[in-house]
Ligand binder design. Structure first.
Ligand code: URA
Length: 246
């Protein structure tokens, strides 16, 4: 069975092809000698229009405070039953960088703020090393806004249920770059199932924004050998932004 996304894409592809056919029939009638231009492949365009149109229209109209309050009462997935607080995101509302992690842990769930535990303190040091901070020029959030029980991995339906919030956050905040942290955020943002070793340190585009991913601070705390590649990735980000190293 086709997914909703596939169905939407083929519907749009079909519609665009029909518009093309009408336009070329008219063109032919107006200038019969003109060479026929073959119908273009509309699949990529249909996918793009489809994914933009798929954002909930209520969410697309929200300002950041409205989005935060809407998200605060969200029941789109079962994590709403077990959360203490929604962890929407925080930081500069005109950020150079938007940091996107995986999802809230115990401390984040308790306080309603992202990256406030041990991994968060480590992340603050990384940001400071390239003159970024959540108080001045960085916004921090996660791909899912509610804590999974026992900090288990986020499920596909949970990530999908939260995606509209993330999309609208990115559209409103318009960061110069996105820094994705860890396997789940990276695979989601880069639409890939490759391992972190292949995803980190390379710029991609997510929703029109240059996006680079690196290892999750919690993973680096478990394996200090990852500090070096993280530092290389952070330097690439700093170079892209034209900011100094602290
Ligand atoms: N890990 C994350 O990915 N996000 C947080 O907010 C905290 C820990």
């Amino acid at each position: 069975m086709k997914s909703i996304d596939q169905a939407r894409t083929s519907y749009l592809d079909n519609a665009l092809s029909q518009v093309w056919n009408i336009a070329s029939t008219m063109e032919k009638a107006l200038s019969p000698d003109q060479e026929e231009i073959p119908i273009p492949d509309f699949i990529e365009l249909a996918k793009k229009i489809g994914s933009e149109a798929s954002v909930d229209s209520n969410i697309r109209r929200c300002t950041l405070p409205m989005l935060e309050s809407l998200c605060g009462t969200c029941h789109r997935c079962p994590l709403s039953e077990t959360r203490t607080n929604v962890v929407f995101g925080c930081g500069s509302t005109t950020p150079l960088v938007m940091v996107i992690g995986e999802g809230p842990g115990y401390h984040e769930d308790q306080q309603g703020l992202p990256f406030v535990g041990q991994a968060g303190q480590f992340l603050d040091k990384w940001l400071a090393s390239i003159n970024l901070s959540r108080d001045s020029n960085t916004y921090i959030c996660n791909i899912i806004k509610c804590r999974p029980p026992e900090n288990r991995d986020p499920l596909e339906n949970e990530i999908a249920a939260c995606h509209d919030y993330l999309t609208q956050q990115v559209a409103l905040l318009k960061p110069r770059a996105i820094l994705g942290l860890g396997k789940f955020a990276s695979q989601f943002l880069l639409a890939s199932d490759k391992p972190m070793g292949e995803l980190h340190g390379i710029f991609h585009i997510y929703r029109g924004i240059p996006t680079i991913c690196t290892y999750h601070p919690a993973a680096v705390l478990r394996n200090l050998g990852l500090k070096r590649p993280v530092w290389e990735d952070l330097k690439k980000l700093a170079k892209f932004l034209g900011i100094g190293i602290g």
